[in-house]
Ligand binder design. Structure first.
Ligand code: DAH
Length: 338
């Protein structure tokens, strides 16, 4: 009987050696020490033995079972340790690897120009106001003295919502809205999006304008020139030369366009400035008496000047960007440069 027990023990120990996972180990444990184990079968057979012998064999079986339990426990620890080791090996962190870079956002170049202009003009006492992008034809064209037959009113140049409502094509209607709500003297600036159905290197269907208006008693053409020169030199730098050229706008009389010296060739003449040495940056003039009246202001008592600047144009000239569309494509490689 003892031999049989020892043989069973050896078999179990032999079977234990190659075990690599806890599932297998559990199977062996049940087989070796469970209710239906061979030892328990043997114990049943022991009823035929003499009491003396039965006691000895019983003791031997229990000792054997204890030994097996110990071996199984050892194996259990061994497997557990192996699993842990493997995991640590797999999760090993290479602290010499370079870390992941944090990507920081930055302000859009147009936003930067808006902030810069706001800072400059608010120091000069201008009231900064917002206006609607969906505008009445009455304010966008009629009140600004733009003739009914003017080409800018065509459906090919203006986005119409109805016959009376458009996406504003310029920020100039803010002149009318402001005059209707304020008594002179005042100076105001309004910036925002404007819309025209165009798309090429120098045109996008949406772009940004700044509108300025100053109205009061005894405001002369000299005041107008001085004030605009001051603003433009604050934007482009004191060394940058500027000049006025006579022009025509329906809402101003007389009207002028302002040029800044070409930043690429510094006045020498190049491809960018079409060999003139100058780049046009704004439209302006003394507010037409008809426009003052449309805004409810007595044109015999008050005068004023107005100006309009394209924000994309200013930003392009400042940074030497040659494709307007780059502003709205949101290519990070372009935006990161600012
Ligand atoms: N509104 C004009 C445009 O979109 C720009 C402009 C010119 C605005 C002369 C003015 C101005 O206020 O006086 O082309």
């Amino acid at each position: 009987m003892k031999e049989k027990i020892t043989r069973i023990k050896e078999q179990i120990l032999e079977g234990l050696k190659p075990v690599k996972d806890l599932g297998q180990l559990n199977e062996i444990k049940i087989k070796a020490l469970g209710k239906k184990s061979e030892f328990n079968q043997l114990l049943k057979e022991m009823v035929n033995l003499k009491a003396e012998e039965r006691k000895l064999i019983g003791k031997f079986v229990n000792e054997t079972k204890n030994i097996l339990q110990e071996k199984i426990d050892e194996k259990f620890l061994e497997i557990k340790n192996n699993i842990k080791k493997e995991r640590i090996e797999k999760e090993k962190i290479d602290i010499s690897l370079p870390g992941r870079k944090q990507v920081h956002g930055s302000l859009h170049p147009i936003t930067k120009t808006i902030f810069q202009i706001k800072e400059i003009v608010s120091e000069m006492g201008f009231d900064i106001v917002d206006g609607p992008e969906i505008e009445l034809v009455k304010y966008n064209f009629d009140a600004l003295n733009i003739p009914k037959t003017h080409p800018s009113r065509e459906k090919t140049d203006t986005f119409y919502i109805t016959d009376e409502i458009v996406l504003r094509t310029q920020t100039s209607p803010m002149q009318i809205r402001y005059m209707m709500e304020h008594k002179p003297p005042f100076r105001m600036i309004s910036m925002g999006k404007v819309y025209r159905p165009d798309y090429d290197v120098s045109h996008t269907p949406m772009f940004h304008q700044v509108e300025g208006l100053m109205v009061g008693e005894n405001i002369s053409f000299a005041n107008f020139k001085a004030m605009l020169e001051l603003i433009v030199k604050r934007i482009f730098g004191q060394e940058r030369k500027v000049r006025f050229r006579p022009h025509f706008f329906p809402f101003t009389e007389p009207s002028a366009e302002m040029d800044v010296e070409c930043g690429v060739c510094h006045g020498e003449g190049c491809r960018v400035c079409k060999n003139t040495g100058w780049l046009e940056i704004l439209g302006s003039g003394m507010v037409n008496a008809k426009v003052l009246e449309a805004g409810g202001i007595d044109s015999t008592k008050y005068q004023g000047f107005a100006f309009g600047i394209g924000l994309e144009r200013v930003t392009m000239l400042k940074h030497g960007i040659d494709d307007l569309r780059a502003f709205f494509e949101n290519d990070v490689r372009f935006l990161e440069q600012f």
